[in-house]
Design a protein around this ligand. Structure first.
Ligand code: 5GP
Length: 129
């Protein structure tokens, strides 16, 4: 069965898309730690980060870097943090999280956002790509 992220990539489940290329898809996390919290996912369904082949792994890091650079341009924060966890969704994804304090990366502090805010942030990051 397809993962929820494959369904998002295929457009079967809606997402606030940030960017996409041949191998990767980036979209906003639906339960963000901070405004602009973005997930970057390989289109190929692989469960664990270090099981990606080297090219895909390096491509994921490179695409994540591009997205983070765009995020830095539009989101006021000290820096963009990166985490890979995957305990909830078994499909590799990089979390890119705008950070101001250590708590922002701890997945305990969540922010509530309205649909129009998700939409505006996704579009503003995409615009800077
Ligand atoms: P992890 O697997 O790294 O522990 O966490 C999975 C992440 O995916 C969580 O931050 C969660 O909010 C996010 N997530 C889970 N389901 C969806 C979804 O359907 N749409 C979006 N945009 N994010 C999701």
């Amino acid at each position: 069965m397809s993962t929820i992220f494959t369904k998002i990539i295929n457009g079967e489940i809606p997402s606030y898309k940030v960017a996409e290329n041949e191998n990767f898809y980036a979209f906003l996390d639906i339960n963000p730690n901070a405004r602009g919290h973005t997930l970057v996912v390989p289109k190929k369904e692989v469960n664990r980060l270090f099981d990606l082949d080297e090219d895909l792994y390096n491509g994921l890091m490179s695409f994540s870097r591009e997205i983070a650079k765009s995020m830095e341009k539009v989101i006021k924060c000290d820096r963009i943090g990166m985490a890979v966890i995957g305990l909830e969704v078994p499909h590799v994804h990089v979390h890119l999280i705008p950070l101001n304090e250590m708590e922002d990366i701890q997945f305990t502090k969540k922010v509530k956002m309205e649909p129009h805010e998700f939409d505006a942030i996704a579009k503003s990051i995409a615009y800077k790509m």
